[in-house]
Design a protein. Structure first.
Lengths: 218, 476
């Protein structure tokens, strides 16, 4: 089985509800024009103290064992800012899946667009997965994307994905390329839309032109 | 796409009227009337287009603003000293020039926060779909436009196709009747609502606000309301456009005259939920119960009326809430059981896409007039845009703030997310008119208390979190 169909590895529990994308990828890592270097910023203030030293109590800093591949999060994981840098940073760090009771909506779409698997499970399952992850002997979790199951030492759970998201994860669709196959329909739609609602055509361009007119009344 | 006569919500009407194609049961290809771009969530999208050899087919529907990284020091010529941030700004200009996209650049006198600039020049119109790589795009629901935030992959998609693969949301209605009491604002109302329904209480929903309390709000107050709906997890917020919303747009859109205006008015009259339309969830609040609200924790739903006391973590409803509250209390360095009023602040920030408009500055000025910033407090006003700044200067508000000991800064997002050099130090407590009190949002270890502009002004002049209703306001 191809490794996009199965994600297996050490899991780490982060017991924080509403873990927002500001915390997942703080502001100082958002100043690039590319996607590089974001592993360093991932969960920065949780991983490092103010002097930049690793905080030994944080789960990702605990020594020994394999690299963490799967995060177990609290409710509303990834809420807040739309910054896709949060998803890029998780992936650059080596995270292949996040399992939580729920996710911020924009974060969810961002993750799907980057093929970062997000699994929603009930709180009871998450609690047991977290308990397993806390013990090195049972910290391994296996996710089968094809069959949509999660297995750990004490959990055997099924999850759901929309057919579209499942395809995006398994096949890596070129979403823009597919939408461009609708180009003729988009053009026809726009022509009819603007014929009906001419006040919606080129609004920013025309506004910019109006504001640039030196004779504009202030 | 629906052509039958089943009753529909305003949200469904907006989706249906912008659906180029139905892709599957959950997704449509949604046409985007206006796409806003900023310097920090668009670079990788433009780069992606270039890698694929794709262009921007409808550049006239796009507009870019330098807003997040820009310094706000009170100097005329604005120079971005931080090299990576300067590169983000110059890169945005390069991308806009290359693709023919309108830009509000660093030293444009009309530069500002994207969500302040776009509506104030009449670019946001009822019935539009407005998309931006910024979560606070929900703001535009105030004018009956469906606005929502997206990530950078989707920014690239909108640039390349002027559409988005859009997953349908569910319908929620929030009704608020009754007049908001004196001393309270839309900010207090939305903080109260977020506190009641929770930080993910509206997740998956587009929220339509209605009721007499909403009808009575100014358009700028409705911007504040819809702006923060995303802090309850909402995928959009809407207020059906009424005469007030229409007047706001027409006053700012001189192209809308004659027959175009008449046709628009006719269309805008249809932009309301049908009487029989059903909502998946409904909430009802009493506007008369709204008090000034202040957040105490690190999530916008950790909020209290100003008369309340800091909660006890062990009295929360479940394990998760107890854990969150304990963590937030530790971070915010607050004592459970202590009244929130009287908590000393060292910083006051008035600005942001939530509360950086002229009415916000007037409300703050009414509190500040005749008073002075308290000793030991650093207070700053960052207008939402160059136009807001100029208006405030014409009205004498800038001088009033300066005379009272405030800093009067250049426009930008500034300390709302502290992406520029407006960053708070560890342990500094800030009364802030912004939208997020997340850990570290305004600086590592900095503590944010969200509140209205009048409440922030009251904190500035007293040095402590204060019930503004106990201060006499002095209207100019």
């Amino acid at each position: 089985m191809d490794d996009t169909h199965r994600i297996e590895g050490r899991a780490a529990a982060i017991r924080i509800d509403n873990l927002d994308t500001d915390q997942i990828m703080p502001k100082q890592f958002l100043r690039g024009i590319d996607k590089m270097g974001l592993a360093a910023g991932l969960l920065h203030d949780l991983r490092f103290d103010a002097a930049g030293r690793p905080r030994p109590g944080f789960v990702l800093n605990q020594p020994g064992g394999a690299p963490v591949r799967i995060l177990l999060g609290g409710a509303n994981f990834g809420c807040g800012s739309s910054r896709e840098h949060a998803v890029w940073g998780l992936q650059q760090y080596g995270i292949e899946a996040v399992i939580a009771p729920g996710f911020g909506e924009i974060f969810y779409s961002n993750a799907m667009n980057n093929r970062l698997l997000l699994v929603m499970l009930p709180q009871d399952d998450i609690d047991r997965l977290m308990a397993d992850a806390d013990e090195p002997v049972s910290a391994n979790i296996r996710i089968d994307v094809d069959r949509m199951t999660v297995r750990s030492a004490s959990v055997d759970a099924a999850f759901t994905l929309t057919p579209r998201h499942r395809r995006m994860l398994l096949e890596g669709m070129d979403v823009i390329g597919l939408s461009l196959t609708y180009q003729a329909q988009i053009d026809a739609f726009a022509a009819a839309h603007w014929a009906r609602h001419p006040w919606l055509k080129d609004v920013p361009a025309l506004t910019r032109r109006r504001l640039d007119d030196p004779k504009r009344p202030v | 796409m629906q052509t039958d006569s089943r009753p529909r919500t305003l949200y469904r009407k907006l989706v249906d009227s912008h659906a180029v194609a139905v892709l599957d049961e959950q997704n449509v290809l949604l046409f985007c009337d206006l796409h806003l771009l900023n310097e920090y969530t668009s670079p990788q999208a433009f780069a992606g287009l270039e890698e694929q050899g794709r262009g921007v087919p409808m550049p006239g529907q796009n507009v870019a603003v330098v807003s997040h990284i820009i310094p706000t020091h009170p100097v005329r010529l604005r120079i971005i000293a931080d090299a990576p941030s300067a590169l983000q700004a110059s890169n945005l200009k390069r991308n806009c020039d290359r693709h023919g996209i309108a830009l509000f650049d660093t030293n444009d006198p009309l530069q500002g926060i994207e969500h302040v600039v776009a509506p104030e020049h009449g670019m946001i119109r009822p019935g539009m779909v407005v998309i931006c790589g910024d979560s606070h795009t929900t703001t535009y629901g105030a004018l009956g436009a469906l606005g929502f935030g997206i990530g950078t992959s989707e920014v690239e998609h909108v640039l390349a196709t002027q559409t988005l693969v859009y997953r349908l949301a569910r319908d929620m209605r929030v009704r608020v009747d009754g007049v908001l009491p004196a001393g309270t604002t839309a900010k207090d109302l939305i903080l109260m609502i977020i506190g009641r329904i929770g930080a993910h209480g509206a997740r998956g929903f587009v929220v339509e606000f209605c009721g007499s309390a909403i009808d009575a709000l100014s358009v700028e107050a409705r911007f504040t309301l819809c702006n923060m709906a995303v802090e309850a997890g909402a995928r959009g917020a809407l207020v059906a456009p009424d005469a007030r919303a229409i007047d706001y747009v027409l006053a700012r859109a001189p192209d809308m005259a004659g027959p175009i205006r008449d046709a628009a008015l006719e269309h805008w009259a249809t932009l309301r939920s049908d009487r029989e339309a059903s909502f998946d969830v409904e909430h009802v609040f009493d506007g008369r119960e709204v008090a000034p609200h202040v957040t105490w924790g690190t999530s916008p739903d950790q909020v209290l009326p100003i008369t309340g006391s800091v909660p006890h973590a062990d009295r929360q409803r479940d394990d998760a809430a107890r854990r969150s509250a304990a963590q937030a209390l530790h971070y915010a360095r607050l004592m459970p059981g202590a009244p929130i009023a009287g908590t000393p602040v060292q910083h006051v920030f008035i600005g942001s896409c939530t509360n950086g408009r002229i009415e916000d500055l007037r409300a703050a000025a009414d509190v500040v007039r005749g008073r002075h910033v308290a000793p030991g407090v650093r207070a700053m006003v960052v207008p939402g845009s160059g136009a807001v700044k100029a208006q405030a200067e014409r009205e004498g508000l800038s001088q009033l703030f300066l005379d009272a000991g405030f800093e009067w800064r250049q426009p930008g997002c500034s300390m709302c997310l502290a992406m520029n050099d407006d960053v708070l130090a560890d342990g500094v407590r800030c009364a802030s008119t912004t939208n997020r009190n997340f850990e570290g949002r305004q600086g590592r270890g900095a503590i944010t208390h969200l509140m209205s502009p009048a409440m922030a002004a009251a904190a500035a002049v007293t040095g402590v979190i204060t019930d503004v209703r106990e201060l006499e306001t002095n209207r100019g």
